[in-house]
Ligand binder design. Structure first.
Ligand code: PMP
Length: 459
């Protein structure tokens, strides 16, 4: 561990500006950060600007960025059309407290692009979007329980704060009453028998919610067969099927994973790309379910059935401008294949590095998301195509936080910034960027192997 200390010392020495800001930040924010994923030991970097796939910190370091606005920037930072739309809107006003034309166009685009979207509502985040989707399902069915799949992430509200990380039967956050958690059932991924068993014996289930990519942006990938069977099963039992397309929306296909797999859910949640890198979310779906947001002449309906939906930043004009500009470009068809191609090139490059070092890591993933499995005992012993990892999902979701933290620091020192083990790829991560990333990864593995040899014991 002596060298590990040295390696961290170099990080500290090279990032004095960030260190200073972090020292101020810990005096105002719990743990000094404003998002749990940005927490990093010894401290995170502080960024001053970004363009394309690059960003710069207060110490004048340049980074290749694989956060891509937590997955919201498939066009890269400051894409000219998006910037122009935002500037144009800024000159007209940031918040009208009123209906406006751009929100209508934004809604029309979602309805046009997303197969299941007959009606849509905008909100401020993905968490709000899944919260609303679940509420709609409960109102529509008059039932209470939510079935969710182990390892899938749907934001941080109460109903989805269990079953996210192993062990899947305890909440991933404190502060949630046990009574509420009892209303959420966590089932294993790709297990239709288990789901059928539950639906048969429990008639209080309102919805099944899942990431149609498979959990954590496709770390344990779902299959089209599973999604189709899920559609049939939920229809048979009168349960609302919710696709959480916060990641897959406008990334897997212009109409999301539902278009890619040809499976139409009842409701879908969106965020990130839908708002073009500005804050925003959306719920879209069947008219007869979305109807629960409507005002009617019937006062009994308004009092007893209507779902309340205020929200200061719902369909904010700035987000609408960025969202419309982004969706327009995606609809033209070039962005998604290019981002997929870049991601595959990154996966190939990183796996070549892994093979050269003879370590049991694996880089996999589909579409424009890249996943890194660290110390992965692959049962396929080299026979795997390293796209879809279907090894025991409990092992896939099991992380090594100290190793991840060291990996992030070492990559930062080599000019690459990522959330750690999953990277979002834009259509601008082209070959020269991939090559540099491969070199940074190579140096990082070398450093980590030297500093933490006990973490690299091959089986
Ligand atoms: N659902 C999924 C699939 C997500 O990946 C996320 C965020 N990463 C959310 C919901 C929550 O979105 P937000 O962070 O905008 O609340």
């Amino acid at each position: 561990m002596e060298e590990a200390v040295d390696f961290q010392r170099t990080y500290v020495e090279d990032h004095q500006g960030s260190k200073g800001l972090y020292e101020r930040a810990v005096e105002v924010f719990p743990s000094g950060v404003t998002h749990d994923s940005r927490f990093l030991k010894p401290f995170p970097i502080y960024v001053t600007g970004a363009l394309g796939v690059k960003k710069w910190d207060v110490d004048n370091h340049e980074y290749i960025d694989y956060w891509m606005g937590h997955g919201s920037l498939i066009l890269g930072h400051r894409y000219p059309d998006v910037v122009e739309a935002i500037h144009g809107q800024l000159d007209r006003g940031t918040h009208y407290g009123a209906c406006h034309e751009l929100e209508v166009e934004w809604g029309e685009r979602v309805v046009e692009m997303v197969p299941s979207a007959e009606r849509v509502r905008f909100m401020a985040s993905g968490t709000e979007a899944t919260l609303m989707a679940i509420r709609l399902a409960r109102s529509y069915t008059g039932k209470r329980k939510v079935i969710r799949i182990a390892g899938h992430y749907h934001g941080w509200h109460d109903a989805v704060s269990i079953g996210v990380v192993p062990p899947f039967d305890v909440p991933n956050s404190s502060g949630i009453p046990e009574e509420l958690l009892k209303l959420t059932l966590v089932l294993p991924p790709e297990d239709l028998q288990e789901l059928k068993k539950h639906l048969k014996r429990d008639d209080d289930v309102a919805c099944v919610i899942l990431e149609p990519s498979g959990g954590f942006s496709g770390a344990f990938p779902a299959t089209g067969d599973y999604l189709r069977a899920l559609r049939e099963l939920t229809q048979t039992f009168g349960v609302v099927l919710i696709f959480d397309e916060v990641i897959t929306g406008f990334r897997y296909a212009p109409g999301g994973a539902q278009e890619y797999y040809g499976v139409t859910p009842d409701l879908s949640s969106f965020a990130k790309i839908v708002a073009g890198g500005l804050p925003g979310g959306a719920v879209a779906g069947k008219r007869e379910i979305m109807e629960y947001l409507e005002f009617k002449e019937d006062t009994q309906w308004n009092r007893n059935k209507k779902i309340l939906h205020p929200g200061t930043f719902n369909a904010n004009p700035m987000s609408a401008a960025a969202g419309v500009a982004t969706l327009k470009i995606i609809a033209q068809g070039e962005v998604i294949p290019k981002a997929n191609e870049n991601a595959q090139s990154i996966r190939n490059t990183l796996n070549q590095v892994i093979d050269r070092h003879g370590i049991n890591w694996c880089v996999h993933g589909e579409h424009s998301v890249v996943h890194i499995l660290m110390n992965h005992r692959c049962p396929q012993q080299g026979a795997c195509d390293r796209r879809r990892c279907t090894y025991d999902y409990r092992r896939i979701y099991q992380k090594d936080p100290p190793l991840l933290s060291m990996f992030r620091c070492a990559m930062l020192s080599q000019g690459v910034d990522s959330i750690g083990d999953h990277w979002w790829i834009s259509w601008l991560h082209s070959n020269d960027v991939v090559e540099k990333t491969g070199e940074a990864f190579d140096k990082t593995i070398k450093t980590l192997k030297e500093s933490l040899p006990d973490r690299f014991n091959t089986p």
